[in-house]
Design a protein around this ligand. Structure first.
Ligand SMILES: [Zn+2]
Length: 302
């Protein structure tokens, strides 16, 4: 099975260099506000796609259990150090195009600053739709190609690509910006209904961030976020989408093993062999080491 290339943060100090020391307190705090406005207050099981080092995970307080998914194992190790090992957090290294979960498993999913790296965004979104249950909520953040700076650059002839066209723009390898209408079309085609749209980072301007106290920028941004219902001209947009209710009640199972399916052949359940999970249908083996389930590549000999 061939899947699109993934952007790999393996061995990256992204959390430290971008967030902790990168002057992103403003962006981080505005995201916290948006999440509070969009997330259900409580829930059983949430899937965090592109969890990285778990920066946003403590914000999903109302959920009984959270599955942190990232392609990079080292990012998940950092998340483990931050959040600890417990039954509340499940760490999974996997490719978003080959999610190792049974259909309809989750009652919520989040994908923040992650779609940005997807060469096949509709393909990734279809995977998310598949693992969400009836009435499931999906909080999606995407980088907006129609942001004010791009618009001005284009109008003044200083940028070749048009921010108005619907196709994604890859401005750096494996870094994509999307048109808000394209995102909404993809979500609708998959059967989601879009319930809310918030715009973020209205003041992501270096000079402003240096001279205006962060608290004031965060407060102003929190007011402007609501204008996302009418127009989206900021670099970052949050969408709350929901899967239609099908009226079928599903049993919430607590056994973690029951969550997984083989990402290659789709078989479930897998067999727990302590250091690896084995697929009884295609005999592939998936590593379990130090509390991290790894579905990226099968174990050659276990
Ligand atoms: Zn299999």
């Amino acid at each position: 099975m061939t899947t699109p290339p993934v952007c790999n943060y393996e061995g990256s100090d992204y959390q430290t260099s971008f967030w902790d020391k990168g002057g992103r307190e403003y962006e981080d705090r505005t995201e916290a506000i948006a999440l509070k406005r969009l997330l259900p207050e409580s829930g059983r099981l949430l899937l965090e796609l592109g969890a990285g080092a778990g920066r946003n995970t403590p914000r999903y307080l109302g959920f009984e259990r959270i599955v942190l998914l990232d392609y990079s194992r080292t990012q998940l190790e950092q998340a483990q150090q931050r959040l600890g090992k417990s039954d509340k957090y499940i760490y999974v290294a996997a490719d978003v195009y080959r999610l190792p979960f049974i259909a309809g498993l989750f009652d919520a999913a989040t994908m923040i600053r992650t779609l940005h790296h997807m060469a096949d965004a509709p393909g990734a979104l279809a995977q998310v739709k598949n693992v969400l249950g009836s009435g499931g909520v999906f909080i999606l953040e995407f980088a907006n190609k129609l942001h004010l700076k791009a618009l001005l650059r284009y109008l003044f002839g200083r940028q070749k690509w048009s921010p108005f066209s619907l196709e994604p723009v890859e401005f750096v390898k494996l870094n994509f910006d999307f048109h808000p209408i394209a995102i909404k079309n993809w979500l609708k085609d998959l059967g989601f209904s879009v319930e809310k749209t918030l715009t973020l980072s209205h003041f992501r301007v270096g000079l402003l961030k240096r001279i205006v106290p962060t608290g004031i920028l965060v407060f102003l941004d929190s007011l402007f976020q609501w204008t996302g219902e009418w127009w989206q001209l900021t670099p970052s947009v949050f969408v709350k989408a929901r899967v239609a209710q099908d009226g079928i009640m599903r049993h919430g199972q607590d056994a973690i093993l029951s969550y997984f399916k083989c990402p290659d052949c789709g078989h479930s359940p897998l067999v727990d062999n302590v250091t690896y999970l084995e697929c009884s249908s295609c005999s592939r083996k998936w590593e379990v080491r130090d509390g991290i389930y790894d579905f990226r590549e099968q174990v050659s000999s276990a």
